[in-house]
Design a protein around this ligand. Structure first.
Ligand code: ANZ
Ligand code: ZN
Length: 821
């Protein structure tokens, strides 16, 4: 027949590949190494179209590198702890482990059939004790470095999931990134990683990553880390420590007419006078109920309470009132602000609402009719007319005025220039069951005691049949036998920490565990990390633009400083793919527009689905499945496959005498494919070029050099090799029909003969007496003599000469011949 049987071909090759395992990485190969990583999945349900897309795109590069002679590490595993599994288990009334591992098997089966070039020998699951033992070990390692600590503070609380959330898990609209519930605040003692210790480095290194990471993600991280340059300024308060503020506008100090401190912070409570205390306490009560987002909303009326004390402006010496308010956040900067209503809109609104004075210190442009003015302009009222001050900013532009004021503050000891970051420490404890237990024992006499290394892992108690529904305290607290332990330090009665770690902790280091996933002696082998890392290409969705990528960067830097890693950054290059949508909309249950991956594969086969996803668009663009034609992809694959049946020359036939035009097409296609993959991941164009090559080869067979020409074999082999990056089944089948044994993945990449890439001909112009008389198509390397002879033999030139003998013949090969008579 003239079609291959998709099902039969899949059934035929899968077991062969499993047996041959061509993609097992080998650290002893002596070849140059490449580490290709794709984000490991959560085991919720079966694989979906999104997975199919990422894996297909990622595989192009992983397979390509292998063909180019690198030893490629391309591992896969499962991010198998976490709320999705726990919630689903509660819904389905099973144990999270059952739900998780059943889904992992389902996904693994689908992945195998999908035939990406993963090294299955390195498979890992973060919920295996063998894995989380080392997550716990790393937690303790970071704690030793002072990078993990416990503190009491107001934290984000999801009332739906009944657990705390990291700042990164609260969306811009103040809702939980998992469940969409409105996030509230709670006062709790929780574990944190000190991500802020690396704020500067995490920020600065983005400049370098900008070149190899896609821009959106780099910008998202920049904004998240949020670097602000400004100053710390101290305002003296009688009978109290000075209040230090962080300001980005030290040039506006002359316009400071009041101070505001975060209402729900210890500073406010320590400042308030007895007379004002009842009013203050009532106000705090009201503040606690609101979220950060509500508090910062610009359209919210500005409220506050006078604390009854005054502070001294360090430059003017004026006494200004100190208020507590909810628009100052306790955990940004110093939690205290110098109120400059002329320059800050929030301060303007507060001053207006509370009847506080307003003084402009930057001259707005003519015709400005707004309220606070934050733009460029000369300093005014700094100091006010007639007033004397130790520094005079009047007339200076904003930048100059800032530096002048910082210089003055530094000299007078009232302040100094500083850099402030928006980034907070990472809150890592969760009041949920399905995660790695925090390996700490709380002892009444010794305090926090780390579980000794030889007692790791602290295994999760089974809790089968227990009610895991979120109740606001960790379900582990109910496992009395598990909780009550002897203190590792003094042997007295003590209790285990009952919180589990955020699953983002698990995924912050999994790329290191792949290097030796079953190593029972260490989390990862530093020597292997040196050999394989950092990751040469990371492929995954940009929903992880901040969370996962930032945390993994933090872990990398912390482990470097622990002497375990010698990389500064984990991911040298990062590619994030677009989404697969349907009919212009995101696929969702409620819209009922989901496309089932399994059904697509059953209908068109793995190769056609993969080809469709890769061919659809540049990787970073969305793919609307409604506009796709997997049937068309399959048709193309059949055309490609037919070529392999038509080739009649033997494998290894010398190709030098083959049809030159077709050989040129092959060389150009392979050369360009390399360029397209290596520079900008233009995989869709690679597919388009292979389609052209298939057409050219078909034409050569049917109406050109014929099927026996060795160039036809060369072209068909190139088609098979290039196609194997995207459609491995049909490629393997073609390879066999071409007389080779499996696996095509082990075959040599086609060598591009440079001479075949040179343009086939150039146009030479022939002039007689300065007038163009003829144009000749000649080889680019034509000799001067040949070009002269060709020009003199041309009929138009002969006619123009009309029998005259040229006096002079000027030849500039290959472009020009000039005849003078
Ligand atoms: C005086 C001033 C005058 C300010 C002016 C701005 C304009 P970014 O750029 O986000 O770092 N601020 C400081 N700490 C705060 C807190 N905990 N909660 C709310 N606001 C706070 O913003 C820094 C500016 O935000 C600081 O500079 C401070 O107001 C305010 F014409 O100080 B500014
Ligand atoms: Zn103890």
């Amino acid at each position: 027949t003239d079609r291959y049987d998709v099902e039969a071909v899949q059934a035929k090759w899968l077991p062969v590949w499993e047996r041959e395992a061509p993609f097992t990485a080998d650290e002893h190969s002596g070849k140059e190494k490449r580490y290709a990583l794709t984000m490991f999945p959560y085991p919720s349900g079966d694989l979906h179209m999104g997975h199919a897309e990422v894996f297909a795109l990622h595989d192009v590069v992983a397979r390509y590198w292998r063909f180019r002679g690198f030893d490629v590490l391309n591992p896969i595993g499962w991010d198998s702890f976490g709320l999705p599994a726990e919630n689903a288990a509660i819904r389905n009334d099973t144990h999270p482990a059952e739900y998780t591992y059943a889904n992992i098997e389902t996904q693994a089966e689908s992945m195998r059939r999908y035939a990406t070039s993963f090294d299955w020998t390195r498979r890992l699951h973060t919920s295996d004790p063998e894995y989380y033992r080392w997550t716990q070990w790393l937690f303790l390692k970071l704690r030793e470095q002072g990078l993990a600590y416990r503190k009491n503070s107001a934290v984000n609380w999801c009332p739906q999931d009944q657990t705390v959330l990291a700042n990164e898990q609260v969306l811009a609209d103040g809702t939980c990134e998992r469940c969409g519930a409105s996030v509230t605040k709670r006062e709790l003692t929780q574990w944190y990683f000190r991500t802020t210790a690396y704020a500067q480095e995490l920020y600065d290194d983005l400049d370098e990553l900008q070149r190899t990471w896609i821009g959106k993600v780099v910008n998202a991280q920049r904004n998240w880390i949020g670097r602000s340059e400004g100053a710390h300024v101290g305002f003296a308060v009688e009978g109290h420590e000075p209040i230090t503020v962080f300001t980005t506008r030290p040039d506006t100090i002359f316009g400071t007419t009041f101070m505001v401190v975060a209402a729900d912070a210890p500073l406010a409570a320590s400042l308030v006078t007895d007379a004002q205390r009842p009013a203050y306490e009532a106000y705090v009560e009201q503040v606690r109920a609101a979220s950060d987002i509500e508090r910062l909303a610009s359209d919210r009326p500005k409220t506050g309470v006078d604390l009854g004390v005054t502070a001294t402006n360090p430059v003017t010496g004026e006494q200004i009132p100190v208020w507590a308010t909810d628009y100052v956040l306790a955990d940004y900067g110093t939690g205290a602000v110098m109120g400059v209503p002329g320059g800050d809109q929030r301060d303007w609104e507060f001053a207006t609402a509370q009847g506080l004075p307003i003084v402009r210190t930057t001259q707005p442009p003519d015709g400005f009719d707004g309220e606070a003015y934050a733009g460029e302009g000369p300093a005014i009222n700094s100091p006010a007319e007639g007033a004397s001050a130790p520094v005079d900013l009047n007339g200076l532009g904003v930048a100059e005025a800032k530096s002048a004021m910082i210089a003055h503050l530094t000299e007078s000891g009232a302040g100094e220039g500083t850099v402030n970051f928006r980034l907070r420490d990472w809150l890592l404890s969760r009041q949920r069951y399905w995660g790695a237990p925090i390996p700490i024992v709380h002892c009444p006499s010794c305090g926090e005691v780390p579980v000794p290394e030889d007692q790791l892992p602290v295994e999760l108690p089974d809790l089968r049949g227990a009610d895991l529904k979120p109740k606001g305290t960790s379900p582990l607290g109910a496992a009395t036998e598990w909780v009550e332990v002897a203190c590792p330090a003094c042997g007295g009665d003590a209790r285990r920490d009952t919180d589990t770690m955020d699953t983002f902790v698990d995924s912050s280091w999994y790329f290191l565990r792949y290097l030796s996933p079953h190593d029972a002696t260490q989390a990862f082998d530093p020597a292997l990390a040196r050999e394989w890392g950092p990751i040469d290409l990371y492929v995954g969705g940009d929903e992880h633009a901040v969370l996962h990528l930032l945390y993994a960067r933090f872990f990398t830097k912390a482990l470097r400083d622990a002497g375990l890693l010698d990389w500064d950054e984990p991911f040298s290059a990062y590619l994030s793919q677009g989404k697969v949508i349907n009919n212009g909309r995101k696929m969702s249950k409620s819209l009922g527009n989901g496309v089932d991956l399994g059904a697509q594969i059953d209908e068109y086969g793995v190769d056609a689905v993969r080809l469709t996803l890769v061919f659809a668009s540049p990787p970073e663009d969305n793919i609307d499945w409604a506009d796709m034609s997997p049937a068309g992809s399959l048709k193309f694959l059949q055309r490609a496959w037919r070529l392999s049946g038509d080739v009649t020359s033997e494998p290894g036939t010398p190709v030098a005498d083959g049809d030159v035009a077709l050989r040129r097409a092959v060389a150009r296609t392979v050369h360009d494919a390399q360029d397209l993959i290596e520079n900008g991941y233009r995989f869709n164009v690679v597919v388009a070029r292979v389609m052209e090559l298939v057409n050219a080869t078909r034409k050569a067979i049917d109406s050109g050099c014929g099927a026996a020409d060795p160039a036809v074999r060369e072209a068909t082999e190139a088609v098979a090799l290039l196609l194997s990056l995207v459609a491995p089944y049909v490629a393997e089948e073609m390879w066999e029909r071409l007389g080779h044994s499996p696996c095509i993945a082990n075959a040599a990449w086609p060598v591009v003969e440079e001479s075949l890439l040179v343009a086939e001909s150039v146009t030479a112009v022939v002039q007689v007496q300065g007038k163009v008389k003829a144009r000749l198509e000649v080889a680019p390397d034509v000799s001067e003599d040949d070009l002269r002879d060709a020009a003199l033999a041309d009929p138009d030139v002969v006619r123009a000469l009309d029998g005259r003998e040229p006096r002079k013949v000027i030849v500039r090969a290959p472009k020009l011949v000039n005849l003078v008579v």
